[in-house]
Ligand binder design. Structure first.
Ligand code: AHR
Length: 505
């Protein structure tokens, strides 16, 4: 086989990037489209709990082992009055929801979501409204959620049937406040000041919380990265994380270029890290800022259909991207990019979880199923816990419209020392040729090869539907381990999970 089709990876237990925070594999539920109503919640669904949570959806969420879910938005949070979503459901107001121009019935609010999160075995990442509201609403919501009792808002929670505080640990200070589409959009100085003062007040209510300040809505914003620098200039010592958001799409139909978009993502993360460290140096601070990539995914398939939705419906089908096989490959590459930045990116959220640009789809009143992107997300979430190791890669490369020197082989490695497991994630970006890969794992001489999972399909545009799961993994990858070297043939355009574990005696 020609060198153009051969790649080599060296893995060593000493090449540590950093500990992976499990929250790197988080997700997101916004009051948007059918994410909540018809998604996680449907009172009269045949599988629903008494409270209205769909068990078929919960089963799939649990399969993904989602560690944290951001809630309740997104754009929606910037005009949300959290008080509308607590107390007796029958008395809650129906309101115009301005971000997505729908009616919000408020059947689900903070307490119901906390209940759902328990069933889903996940944590909640709460966002406060810094669009139309500010310090007061944020500190009251925190008091309502986290204070044990004996104060107005905590006692109100108790009167709503929630004796114990929810103790939400992670809080987002608004959402995408740099975006002109945001209700209550702000300049970086306006946002930075408000975020700082809100953070101070919230920490007085509960000093144990962690706070996320808004970074740019995406790397193409004209104010990026000045927004980050100015925001952190105000907030550096009061916040723990800075957020990143980015969505990808194959609008031009150029798949070779599309699968290279993670090179851009990698650069985005590096630029945000550099900006954080610049402010750290400027402030002579000892504190390191961590990143929360709390919105990422593929989002473009549904853009046209969303133009045609009539306003002011309840839970219309918005942002219902149907994902292809090539989207799953890019999602695998996105996850590997996050893993390789595990030293600084501590949290991340696939946006979103159910029906809205989501790995899980449902029919309202019917079945639930897995989109193509479900699989790489599940693989990295389930097998990607531990220490991120730096793979040293030698791979043939290609150029595309927007990128040069794109390695055909993309990879990430996670070592779970406690469980004695080593997992190698691989993507062959070559659209027409297999890649012959040798992986040096001599530093793990006491390990054996346990499984080689593959996601492959001859059709880059193959999709899963409720009737037919065209894209699903198999475990017949055929990798072999001999004298510390793994050999694997990666078919054209394919995703791989090679799992090693301690030798069984
Ligand atoms: O996830 C969909 C939307 O994308 C979110 O509401 C917003 O934060 C982002 O622009």
């Amino acid at each position: 086989m020609a060198d153009q089709n051969r790649a080599k990876v060296t893995i060593d237990r000493e090449f540590k990037i950093g500990e992976i925070d499990n929250r790197l594999y988080g997700s997101f539920i916004e009051h948007l489209g059918r994410a909540v109503y018809g998604g996680i919640y449907e009172l009269d669904h045949s599988t629903s709990t008494e409270q209205g949570f769909r068990q078929d959806v919960l089963d799939l969420v649990r399969e993904l082992q989602v560690p944290i879910v951001r809630y309740p938005g997104g754009n929606m949070v910037s005009a949300y009055n959290w008080e509308d979503g607590v107390g007796p459901i029958a008395e809650r107001p129906k309101k115009l929801e301005l971000a997505w121009r729908v009616i919000e019935p408020n059947y689900v609010g903070t307490n119901e979501f906390a209940d759902w999160a328990k069933l889903a075995n996940t944590e909640v990442m709460m966002a406060v409204n810094l669009g139309t509201r500010g310090i007061d609403a944020a500190r009251n919501l925190l008091e309502y959620c986290n204070h044990p009792g004996g104060s107005y808002w905590s006692d109100l929670r108790k009167s709503h049937g929630y004796k114990d505080p929810h103790s939400f640990k992670t809080w987002c200070l608004g959402n995408e406040m740099d975006g002109p589409w945001q209700v209550g959009h702000k300049t970086a100085d306006e946002y930075g000041r408000l975020a700082l003062e809100t953070a101070k007040a919230m920490r007085l209510v509960d000093p144990t919380i962690e706070l996320v300040a808004c970074g740019s809505s995406n790397a193409n914003m004209p104010t990026f990265p000045e927004w980050e620098a100015t925001t952190l200039d105000h907030t550096y010592e009061e916040v723990d994380y800075l957020s990143l958001h980015q969505y990808y799409g194959n609008r031009s139909g150029d798949s070779a270029n599309y699968l290279a978009k993670t090179l851009e993502m990698d650069q985005f993360i590096k630029t945000v890290v550099a900006t954080c460290d610049y402010i750290k140096a400027k402030k002579r601070s000892k504190k390191t800022m961590f990143l929360s990539f709390d919105e990422w995914n593929v989002w473009f398939h549904s853009n046209q259909a969303d133009q045609e939705i009539e306003p002011w419906g309840i839970a219309p089908p918005q942002l219902e991207d149907v994902y292809t096989f090539e989207d799953a490959l890019l999602v695998g590459s996105i996850l590997m990019t996050l893993v390789r930045h595990a030293d600084r990116v501590k949290m991340a959220c696939m946006a979103q979880l159910v029906n809205v640009i989501a790995p899980i789809m449902t029919e309202t009143g019917g079945r639930a199923w897995k989109q193509t992107i479900f699989y790489p997300y599940m693989h990295v979430s389930v097998f990607g816990r531990g220490t991120s190791l730096q793979p040293v890669v030698s791979s043939p490369k290609y150029d595309s419209k927007d990128f040069t020197d794109i390695p055909y082989l993309d990879s990430a490695v996670v070592w779970n020392e406690e469980n004695e497991e080593l997992t190698v994630f691989l993507l062959n970006r070559h659209l027409n040729e297999p890649l012959d890969v040798s992986i040096d794992v001599r530093s793990f001489s006491s390990y054996q090869l346990n499984e080689h999972i593959v996601l492959e399909n001859n059709d880059l545009k193959a999709v899963n539907t409720v009737q037919h799961e065209a894209v699903r993994p198999h475990s017949n990858g055929g990798a072999s381990l001999d004298e510390g070297m793994i050999h694997a043939q990666l078919p054209k355009a394919s995703w791989h999970v090679i799992r090693l574990g301690a030798k069984r005696s």
